[in-house]
Design a protein around this ligand. Sequence first.
Ligand code: PLP
Ligand code: ZN
Length: 482
Amino acid sequence: MTLDLFPTYRGCMEYFCLGCGQRFPTDELHYTCPECGGVFLLDNILFDELKKTPGTKWRELFDSRAASKRTALRGIFRFYELMAPVLEEEDIIYLGEGNTPIIESSPSLNSQTGLKTAYKNDGQNPSASFKDRGMACGFSYLRSLIRQHDWDQVLTVCASTGDTSAAAALYASYVGDAIKSVVILPHGKVTPAQLAQPLGSGAIVLEVPGVFDDCMKVVEHLADNYRVALLNSKNAWRILGQESYAFECAQWFNWDLKDKCIFVPIGNAGNITAIMAGFLKLHTLDIITNLPRIFGVQSHHADPVYRYYAVDDPNEREYAPVTVSPSVAQAAMIGNPVSFPRVKYFAEKFETIGGKGSFQVIQVSEQQIMDSMIQANRNGHIACTQGGESFAGAKRALELNLVSANELCVLDSTAHQLKFVDFQNMYFDNSFPPEFEIKPDTTLSNKPTLVISPEEKDGLSDADYTRITADKVVAKLGLKKK
Ligand SMILES: *Cc1c(COP(=O)(O)O)cnc(C)c1O
Ligand SMILES: [Zn+2]
């Protein structure tokens, strides 16, 4: 296993339906099960071959690949054999996704919370959210299909709370003519930055009234009746790509996940599925010996997964979609998560190995989400509102005695702070519509101050302008002469 060579191992991927258990080959585009409509997982039926290599060897290989200059191995496909080992090097699209850093909270922030936290900044992906991980895998697979079938154009479609469309449009625009990207957004329910992204990438942007769940129904109708490639997280290739988050966490901590708790906001539940699946894969191959503990986090305004797991006895649990209320964790504001069956599937496996308490779901309030995001970012982080949700989840877990101060809470900031500045502004201006149920701490309010007005500047010489402005700054800050 030499550094920098493209891997020679090839697996054989099949779709595996969580509804009826049937399997389907992956040389055709499938979105959901053609037999029962269930959601798929992707299964490498030659996975057992990988068990012949000891865990230590895998760790060495992945560590050596961390220094690779080969672009196909620099992103999520550093973990090629665990990802989609059917792709050829020419299929793999690398736009700089993955390998996002884990930043430990400052001692000052930790002393405020009594927790030990760190953020994995998935907002440092190319389109500024974790969705790039899944798209890199999904689009690489599409490229391999296009190459093998000689297709001339594929139309990709997705519904989005903002970030899926930004990522899909970015990857589609890189591939060029072979792929045309259409995104369907809930009108007025994505931030200006998230709307600007697919527009800037040249995607066809269609808006519909309603919330994400309404967009999703339209998209599913299209997928059932027309030849389009759907890029929502029902698409199992995206889940596969998002497993890289787990692989990177493990590698960052030198493959030792003892006393690590991973906090993940849940929307459509694709990401938490992928993260659990990824850690389980590492465990099966002896690459890690301890599973971390996984905490899903949901807002009280969109919490169907929390409600399900809030019932302690597994036999009494009943899944029911909820009607969502406005949430600052807008990207997770989903009442009927499509990946719920996947969560159930992996949570059970997780608990079998990790024991009771290795998978849990925490509920937090909108207030706690906003306060936590503001607090994190005033202490050196770049958390989005969903990242605030992760942090709020960790604090809530401490309150409930579910974590202790000697564990490290790794918080997923699923997007970049800058995508969600409008919520920060509402916090600073105290202008949240009542349905958010958020009363900002106005002592944290932060606004720019205009030092000198354009009228005052008018007619001043350059020298006067500099002196007068500087004097005003001095007066404002109370500066002493040196
Ligand atoms: C999509 C998204 C989520 C929700 O992830 P799911 O996989 O749908 O649970 C959370 N945060 C951000 C920023 C997202 O873009
Ligand atoms: Zn099925």
